[in-house]
Design a protein around this ligand. Structure first.
Ligand code: FAD
Ligand code: FES
Length: 334
């Protein structure tokens, strides 16, 4: 049985032959940065010191050839076949919540747009489901109908809230948007993901959401609001919500109420495909390029379609933002 030695923590975990590093460390409850679990996002990048490994396919965005040549690997795409030593990259506020399997039922369904539905789940049993704002879970609606969805609320809520957008031809999302009914049983496994709110960061925050990517961003906002003193000051929190057209916008009244209640919070909605709109037009990273004066002391949280997340990440890196300050969940399919 291979042993994975995480040299920066002096922790070592056992793995099955051929198991990925990420799977083994998660099973052992060791905090380890991750998001897509599929070699697409780069969140689980770490340094290989030595070991007997086999690397599965990955995207160039997640790990470039130059990074690989410098000794970096992706923990979610690296199988171990013998003892292996790794080092995690510098991370702030690593948090690990106990992994849970929750049996729930659908307590409420809401139509948010023509293709996005809010699903509210009530867990059976009394134990709280602990997660950090911005995390996601694996949600099983029927046997074999299971995908990752981000929580839109915070752990103190009585129900779990998800925003699911119907992807054309998508097995799970079509079931959720067209067939799911109140009372249906649903299993939630999690929490997962490391694109969660860094609660100790008091500096400026940039939030970028595309489509149903507003779900984890709302969660992060609610986490920030929960920390704020009523009527108090805070460094600016600015949200760009990108959508295709007017009919894809949701929760605008909620965003507007938050902007009224918290003067340091502001938002803008950017539409990519609507030539008749009076709102801002284009892609969110273009809107940012025209506005962002400085990234000093800032953290960014991005969620939604991979092209939007990748373009915005690229832009922020070009502005000098360190990758450790960019927390992104791109909704890759697996
Ligand atoms: C970390 C994470 C968090 C996520 N959070 C959310 C969330 O909060 N809300 C939400 O709506 N989705 C979210 N997703 C996406 C979600 O997990 C599914 O990928 C999506 O619902 C499609 O699943 P499906 O079974 O319907 O499609 P599938 O049957 O798996 O795929 C059908 C077709 O659609 C394409 N496809 C799959 N996913 C997408 C996509 N996201 N965009 C465009 N085309 C796609 C596939 O390539 C395929 O051609 C998240 C994904 C990740 C990785
Ligand atoms: S690349 Fe490993 S978690 Fe996304």
């Amino acid at each position: 049985m291979p042993l994975i030695d995480i040299i920066d923590t002096a922790e070592a975990v056992n793995a099955e032959d051929g198991e990925t590093i990420l799977s083994a460390v998660q099973r052992a409850g060791v905090a380890f940065s991750h998001s897509c679990l599929a070699g697409n996002c780069g969140s689980c990048k770490c340094e290989l010191i030595d070991g007997d490994i086999y690397e599965l396919e990955r995207s160039e965005f997640a790990l470039t050839d130059a990074e690989r040549a410098s000794g970096l690997i992706l923990a979610c795409r690296t199988q171990v076949w013998g003892d292996t030593r790794i080092r995690r990259l510098a991370e702030d506020e690593l948090i690990v919540h106990p992994s849970r399997i929750l049996n729930c039922h659908v307590s409420h369904l809401e139509t948010l747009t023509h293709d996005i539905r809010a699903v509210h789940l009530t867990p059976y049993g009394a134990a709280a489901f602990l997660y950090s704002p911005g995390q996601f879970a694996s949600v099983e609606f029927l046997p074999g109908i299971e995908r990752q969805y981000s929580m839109a609320g915070i752990a103190a809520d009585a129900t779990l809230q998800f925003h699911v957008r119907r992807v054309p031809g998508g097995k799970t999302s079509t079931h959720v948007v067209e067939q799911l009914r109140e009372g249906d049983a649903v299993t939630v496994r999690g929490p997962l993901g490391s694109s969660y709110l860094r609660e100790q960061h008091a500096g400026p925050v940039l939030l970028v959401a595309g489509g149903s990517g507003l779900a984890p961003i709302e969660s992060i906002l609610r986490g920030i609001f929960a920390q704020a003193a009523p009527g108090g000051e805070r460094a600016p929190v600015r949200l760009y919500f990108g959508a295709r057209a007017e009919r894809d916008i949701y929760h605008e009244a909620l965003l507007s109420a938050w902007a009224r209640d918290y003067p340091w919070f502001s938002y803008d909605i950017v539409l990519s495909d609507d030539s008749s709109t009076r709102r801002r037009r284009g892609f969110v990273h273009d809107a940012l390029a025209g506005e962002l004066a400085s990234v000093t002391g800032m953290k960014a949280y991005l969620a939604g379609p991979p092209p939007m997340v990748e373009a915005t990440t690229g832009f922020l890196k070009d502005q000098g933002m360190a990758m450790r300050d960019i927390h992104a969940d791109a909704f890759y399919d697996q």
